[in-house]
Design a protein around this ligand. Structure first.
Ligand code: DQA
Length: 151
């Protein structure tokens, strides 16, 4: 079965408890459930993961790119969290693996501190969903379906 990857970066394990005025009270387990519903509807397996480690995100993006090349994956919804704003390694992993990536941020990073305005992911992302709260996750999965049908 085709897989969709939803990869979450540092501190997103604290979702629901962490700065709820910015990120809301929904937990990552709740987000996973909402993604599972959409994945089931679309007939996909879901690889929903979180890590606080940059290199692990690199490994997972490479894995997704290989699976996509083999026709076994549709792409990645990536909330790289703070690594978005710092990581050339993530940029290179996306470019080098050819993984189809939708960049996602729960908060509107452009309304926040200027250091959040730069993204190393955006130039290699197929699309971006920003500031729609956790509702962005299922939307991003549907966007992956549309994009993969078009390519
Ligand atoms: C975030 C925004 C980032 O700037 C921040 O470092 C995060 C979460 C978001 O989902 O809004 O950890 O990616």
């Amino acid at each position: 079965m085709t897989s969709a990857y939803v990869l979450n970066g540092p501190n997103l394990n604290l979702l629901g408890k962490r700065e709820p005025e910015i990120y809301g009270k929904t937990t990552l387990a709740d987000v996973e459930r909402s993604c599972l519903e959409v994945a089931n509807e679309l007939g996909w397996d879901l690889e929903f993961r979180q890590t606080n480690r940059e290199g692990e995100l690199v490994d997972w993006i490479q894995e997704a790119g290989q699976a996509q090349a083999a026709g076994d994956a549709v792409g990645v919804v990536l909330n790289a969290a703070a690594y978005t704003h710092t990581s050339v390694a993530l940029h290179d992993a996306i470019a080098g693996s050819g993984a189809r990536v939708i960049e996602l941020h729960i908060s509107n990073v452009h309304r926040r501190e200027s250091f959040r305005h730069l993204s190393y992911v955006s130039p290699v992302a197929a699309g971006i969903i920003v500031g729609l709260g956790v509702a962005g996750y299922p939307l991003a999965l549907r966007a992956l379906a549309d994009l993969s049908e078009r390519s």
